[in-house]
Design a protein around this ligand. Structure first.
Ligand SMILES: Cc1cc2nc3c(=O)[nH]c(=O)nc-3n(C[C@H](O)[C@H](O)[C@H](O)COP(=O)(O)O)c2cc1C
Length: 321
């Protein structure tokens, strides 16, 4: 069990916010295998206050998509408050501030991981959110900006002082991006320093690496990110493993096909056929990764222009079962 403010999760395995990935269809599919809490893709506070159309799509939810966190990107109090006004009327249960995104396009503007260089500023921004939001506020940080400035403990203490209900930490620095080893030691240090829940991210790719994360850091929960791409079954496996120590069977080809088909149909419903198909290509690649002999199908999937053509490609997977 994991408690974040007034939200109680039956299992502590949170689905990561992932830009370009964690849209409504992806969240619905992953929740169907047990993900208890999910986030929107990160959304720039300025885009919300400017009422951009794309942003409205990113904020879309559904009754089976709860509890849901909205992740905001921003470094300006005024825009964060305006964003809170802009999301009134949307269904969500939690607000997260992104102080972790390593992309230069983001950090150049002083947002995302750039905030790690100013721990007190992180505290100030979070205090504004805590004071104005009607839902629990959380923050996602990294180990630090670079190997010479690993300051997650200091940032985390500023966040706790500001009144956040939980802290998410990716145990890599901004300069590491998504590669290199995860620093379990810094996550453990942050966990020891805080009284609020600490939820750990970084290479939570299988039941074994997730067990390692809990064992090495003492964290209260984990964030599952890349481990869920094309493999929503990771949730079933992790839940079972921590319930009774057993490993689930891998999904059969029939189940894979049913899940991929469901995901594709949801994507087309959400975006329309043209945008839906192009958005689904990457998911098809992830779903078929590691399935021997399926490379030609990935090429056919890329050439498919309609939902029907793509569904036919998905059906062809049966030959590989
Ligand atoms: C495609 C992709 C998009 C991501 N987008 C976000 C994002 O919008 N917000 C965020 O806080 N983290 C984002 N992340 C980081 C993940 O939430 C997670 O912290 C990171 O991938 C480390 O976990 P992993 O090693 O288990 O994948 C993203 C990761 C990936 C792979």
């Amino acid at each position: 069990m994991l408690k974040i403010g007034n939200i109680t999760l039956s299992v502590p395995y949170v689905l990561a916010p992932m830009a370009g990935v964690s849209d409504l269809p992806f969240r619905i599919v992953t929740r169907s295998f047990g993900a208890p809490l999910a986030f929107t893709e990160m959304i720039d506070a300025r885009a919300i206050s400017n009422h951009e159309q794309r942003t409205r799509h990113m904020l879309a939810s559904a009754p089976e998509d709860r509890p849901l966190g909205i992740q905001l990107l921003g470094n300006d109090e005024e825009y964060l408050v305006k964003a809170l006004e802009g999301i009134e009327g949307y269904d969500f249960d939690l607000l997260d501030l992104n102080a972790a995104c390593p992309t230069p396009k983001v950090t150049r503007k002083g947002k995302g991981a750039a905030l790690l260089r100013e721990p007190h500023r992180v505290g100030k921004l979070l205090k504004v959110l805590v004071d104005h939001a009607t839902v629990p506020v959380t923050v996602k940080i990294r180990a630090g900006w670079d190997p010479d400035s690993v300051n997650a403990r200091e940032v985390a203490l500023c966040a706790e002082d500001a009144g956040v209900s939980a802290l998410f930490i990716h145990g890599r620095t901004r300069t590491q991006g998504y590669s290199g080893t995860v620093d379990y030691r810094i996550i453990k240090e942050v966990k020891k320093a805080l009284t609020i829940p600490v939820i750990a991210s970084g290479d939570n790719l299988s039941v074994h690496s997730i067990k390692k994360m809990f064992d090495e850091t003492g964290c209260d929960g984990v964030v599952i990110a890349r481990g869920s791409l094309g493999y929503p079954w990771i949730y079933r496996e992790v839940i079972r493993f921590f319930q009774d120590g057993t490993l689930c069977e891998k999904p059969s080809m029939d189940e894979r096909i049913a899940t991929i088909t469901n995901h594709l149909n949801l994507v087309v419903k959400h975006y329309g056929e043209k945008r839906g198909i192009s958005c689904f290509h990457k998911f098809f690649i992830w779903y078929t990764r590691g399935l021997r002999g399926t490379k030609p199908l990935r090429v056919s999937a890329f050439r498919a222009d309609t939902q029907e053509e793509l569904l036919n490609v998905v059906e062809e997977l049966r030959r590989f079962g």
